[in-house]
Design a protein around this ligand. Structure first.
Ligand code: PLP
Length: 401
């Protein structure tokens, strides 16, 4: 398996958990407070015209107006940049604001984007519907088919965007192999690594140009905030920051503060979630009422070899199909006691969803099958409850099937 976990973020230097606790927030705070304050302000004032003129002419760097940044947000961004090994990071009010602002920065009319199929539905909708309307052509290819990805590239391709691991089948994309395709071409690789987190994988060190997260998920980690983030080389991030100033998808200072608090325990949480998810995946795979388990840590997973090479942990989400129809799968979901039914993932509470109903309700069974979603597909986002309790709960619900 790829090194990670206790690995130093940049070869030497502090470990990941030390970075999570201290990076970005160690500067001396007002009143020598240990914690970064919540700068709950919309605007910042100038002492006099001379100060304003100095700022406008670029002589001094400082805050100006909430849509252009906030000190609490900045502290969170520095922490995430340090965790990703990135030059810079930029926060947004949601993961979708991060995805859409990034793609709108990188693409214009007449250009082409390659998108993988097994991705968050709203990202796919944005590419097909919104980018399509703006004159950007979109090709959708299977996430685990490198030959198809290469074949989809055109001279006007400017972006290849994929999740890794993907949602809901958790396919891990061979980022170094994608990066090798950049030779002689001019496209950027954007990886939505929401499911991986910088604890399990740092795509920027493997050839990606930008990494995106729905920070609503593992980075925040407590199912109590919405946020998105991108990280990468400073000039790329700066271009996206300039469009964010126009589009306005910024993060509230209070949410930034909650995010800082969540980030401090990210490595601890994710390592625990990796361990519990691996155990549950194995147990489910050996159960007669379970048809198939999709977890990159299992030898049977389509991209297990890639995951072993690129990831240091396999994540906290397990997808599986039951030997059951739509209704019986619903009864299984209703019989579990600890996991709560809800969209989202990555928090301390285990969440469960029947994908056919949560994300594809309006389709018929046949239409769902055509987009690769079986009625009995279940997505489980493993939280921080005791693994023994979660295992016993899933087993009793399977018995009820
Ligand atoms: N990317 C992935 C992989 C997601 O799962 C989600 C949301 O479920 C998003 C992006 C969008 O994030 P948000 O809900 O924070 O806008």
């Amino acid at each position: 398996m790829a090194s990670g976990g206790d690995e130093r973020v940049e070869g030497r230097g502090p470990g990941l958990q030390t970075t999570a606790v201290h990076a970005g927030t160690d500067a001396r705070q007002p009143h020598a407070a240990l914690q970064v304050p919540i700068y709950q302000t919309a605007t910042y004032t100038f002492r006099d015209t001379a100060e304003l003129t100095a700022f406008m002419s670029g002589e001094v760097e400082r805050m100006e107006y909430g849509r252009y940044g906030n000190p609490t947000q900045r502290a969170a961004e520095e922490k995430i940049a340090a965790l990703e090994g990135a030059q810079d990071a930029l926060l947004f009010g949601s993961g979708m604001a991060a995805v859409t602002t990034t793609l709108l920065t990188l693409l214009r009319q007449g250009q082409h984007v390659v998108l993988t199929d097994d991705c968050y539905r709203r990202t796919r909708q944005f590419c097909r519907q919104v980018l399509g309307r703006l004159g950007v052509e979109v090709s959708v290819v299977p996430a685990d088919d490198l030959a198809a990805l290469e074949a989809a590239l055109r001279p006007e391709t400017r972006v290849l965007v994929t999740e890794s691991p993907t949602n809901p089948y958790l396919k891990v994309v061979d980022i170094p192999a994608l990066a090798a395709l950049k030779k002689g071409r001019s496209f950027k690789i954007v990886i939505d690594a929401t499911f991986a987190t910088p604890v399990n994988q740092r795509p920027l060190t493997q050839g990606a140009d930008l990494v995106v997260h729905s920070a609503t998920k593992y980075l925040g980690g407590h199912n109590d905030l919405l946020a998105g983030v991108i990280a990468g080389a400073a000039p790329l991030v700066q271009g996206i920051r300039e469009l964010q100033a126009i589009l306005g998808g910024v993060l509230d200072p209070h949410a930034a503060w909650l995010l800082i608090r969540g980030l401090k325990t990210l490595p601890l949480r994710v390592r625990q979630q990796n361990e519990t998810a691996m155990r549950l995946a194995r147990r489910l795979a050996s159960h007669p009422k379970v048809d198939e388990v999709f977890y990159p840590g299992l030898e049977t997973h389509a991209t297990h070899e890639v995951a072993r090479r690129l990831m240091s942990g396999f994540g906290g989400v397990v997808s599986f199909t039951l030997r059951a129809d739509l209704e019986a799968t619903g009864r299984f979901i209703d019989a579990v006691r600890i996991p709560r039914i809800g969209p989202s993932l990555g928090g301390v509470e285990t969440l469960i969803e029947q994908v056919a109903l949560m994300s594809y309700f309006e389709l018929t069974t046949e239409e769902r099958l055509a987009v690769g979603i079986r009625d009995s597909l279940v997505r489980l986002s493993v939280g921080l409850e005791d693994a023994d309790d979660l295992e016993a709960d899933l087993l009793q619900a399977l018995e009820a099937l």
